[in-house]
Ligand binder design. Sequence first.
Ligand code: CA
Length: 438
Amino acid sequence: MYALDDTHDPALESWVESANRPCNDFPIQNLPFAVFRRAGSAEAPRGAVAIGEQMLDLRVVHELRVLRGSAADALEACTGSTLNAFMAMGAGAWSALRKALSACLRRGSPAASALRAALLDQADAEFVLPAYIGDYTDFYTSIHHATAVGRLFRPDNPLLPNYKWVPVAYHGRASSIRVSEHSFARPMGQILPAGGVEPVVGPSARLDYELEVGIFIGAGNALGTRVPIERAEEHVFGLCLLNDWSARDIQAWEYQPLGPFLAKNFATTISPWIVTLEALAPFRVPWSRPAGDPQPLPYLDAPQVRARGGIDVQLEVALQTQAMRARHDPPHTIARSSFRHAYWTVAHMVTHHAMNGCNLEPGDLLGSGTQSGPAPEEAGSLLELTAGGRQPLVLPDGDRRTFLLDGDRVVLRGWCERDGAVRIGFGKAAATVLPAAR
Ligand code: CA
């Protein structure tokens, strides 16, 4: 796990003035990575690091030859159209580049005048997926979500007995993952009408979002090898926001016995910026098991996980209907939660995923599962917020929602803040629902 160093110093300020404003997502203590091209251009995508409302074009930084040694080697790996090569280099390279960029971006840095040539506004960028995602696995780490959803699907048996022993997951679909600010068609599917015995085919009428954290694997593990829990985080490059769009009516009919399939593989949205695990070091929190629950099996237990395994990423979901957008009303916040409530940590997910020798690859994506907190208003999906569609959500203009309608835009946000540290943010993961394709 990363120690705090001078890159986390709350007193640090940047010569990029927008980075010093309070409540901005990208102060110099953050330095998250993305891949972009100029909006509307046919340029080859390349890596970027966010600073305030602007960003450094890492290909230009490389051409300016302002970095030396291992930081320069790491920088070169960020000049291509994906970050996979950089992710594969491991924590030493990630830290070296973070340290060098932090030094260059500080107020008073002699590199400032040269680096202005590499700076551009985030508003002028079009983001693409930050990595080639070979595989995507979605976990189910919120016991509050698992219990609430289980109650709707199986009222007499909400939480299955394996939940407290196994970090449960399913293998998702990587090809339909998109970066924030896209739109997608409402899925068609087989749906069993209430009280019916035969399914009908039609557009999902119970389309939902899931408020999740995405976890990008950095260095992988070879097929047939395991990842000890003490070393699990060495394999994690960083975190993003993730929306696992879910069609509840398709899901209810298809999910037994093999789990989610077409209810979830039609679209997944991630935020463009990956916040590194190192940037999250000030926001680590203890992780524990409630007394009376089974303690993790030895391969999933380590003192460092109990001491600092959790991450207090505050999460928020907001909804903007088509009518709100027409009036230029901002998205309305409908729920807040935190990743600190997760029943299983990032380290548990990685170690369990590889316990059978399954090889994780650089750029693989893990989803945390819907992050619902203990209180009902902290629910990370409409399924929970509306009690399975029985209690509509009332928006400020009086409009009501049980599930999403065409034209609805869902915006996920995440940030970390605590006394003694500078607030860092994840930006947003937003997408809009279009009518079903016929
Ligand atoms: Ca999910």
